[in-house]
Write a protein that binds this ligand. Sequence first.
Ligand code: ATP
Length: 269
Amino acid sequence: KATLFEKGGTKVNITFTDVAGLDEAKVEVMEIVDFLKNPKKYTALGGKIPKGALLIGPPGTGKTLLAKAMAGEAQVPFFSLSGSDFVEMFVGVGASRVRDLFKQAREKAPCIIFIDEIDAIGRARGKNMMMSNDERENTLNQLLVEMDGFGGDTGIIILAATNRPDVLDSALLRPGRFDRQITIDKPDVKGREAIFKVHLLPIKVSETLDVLKLAEQTPGFAGADIANVCNEAALIAARKDKQSVEMIDFQDAIDRVIGGLEKKNKIIA
Ligand code: ATP
C-alpha cells in the first residue's frame, strides 16, 4: 500500500441516516459532533473537550460507518488508518506515519482521525504476535505522544475501533486519551429490520417483501452481513431474469451468507 491515509483527509457524504439502529451510540457521538461544530460553546465555560472515543464491538457492526457519519454530520475531513497497516513495517516507519498523520490533521482541523483495529498497535506491551515488539511499541508511543501533544480545543477528535478492548494497553484508556468508550453490539431484530431498510433502498423489491420476516430470519447477523444479503439477493434475482427481487431470493441469499459465515468460523476454529 502506497499510503495509509489520503493526504488532506477525505470528504465524506455519509450521515446518520445511513447508519441504521445504534440509537444509543448515535446519541453519544452526536455530542462529539457538536463539539466539532461549536468548540467555543463548550470551552467558554471552562470545560475540556474530550480528545477521543473508542468504538467497541464485533466486526461488521458499523463502527467505521458511524465514524464516517460523524465526519459527514460535522462536515469535517476524515483521516483514517488501520492498525493492521502497521504490521510488518520497517523500523521507524510506523512512528513517522503517525507523526505525519497528526501533522496533516492539525493543518486541517477541525477534523476526525479514525484508527481501525487499534488493538494491532495498542496491545498491552509484550502481547503482540503480529509485529516486532519494539516497532509496535514505537508506534504506540508516538500515538500517545501525539494525543498528549494537543489540547482539546484543537478541533481534532480521534476515534478508534476495536473488537478486543481487553488486550489494549491501559495507557490508551487514561483520561485525556480514549476516555470515552462507546459499545456497538450486534443488532437485535428491530435493529436488523432498520438495517435491511437502509440496504433495500437501492434495490427493486417485490411488493410482497416482508422485511420484518427477513430480520427475524437473520439472528446473529451484523450490519455487514445484512448488506451482503441484500446484494446477493439482487444478484440471484437478476440471474433468474426477474424484474424485482422476491422473498425467495432473499431466503436463498440468507442461506448463502450463513454458509459463508459457517465456513469462516470453521477456519477460525
Ligand atoms: P470491522 O470491525 O470489520 O471494520 P465495522 O464495525 O467497522 O467492522 P463497518 O465497516 O462500518 O463495520 O460495516 C461494514 C458495512 O456494513 C457498512 O459499510 C454498511 O454497508 C454495513 N453496515 C454495518 N452496520 C450498519 C448499520 N448499523 N447500518 C447500516 N449499514 C451497516
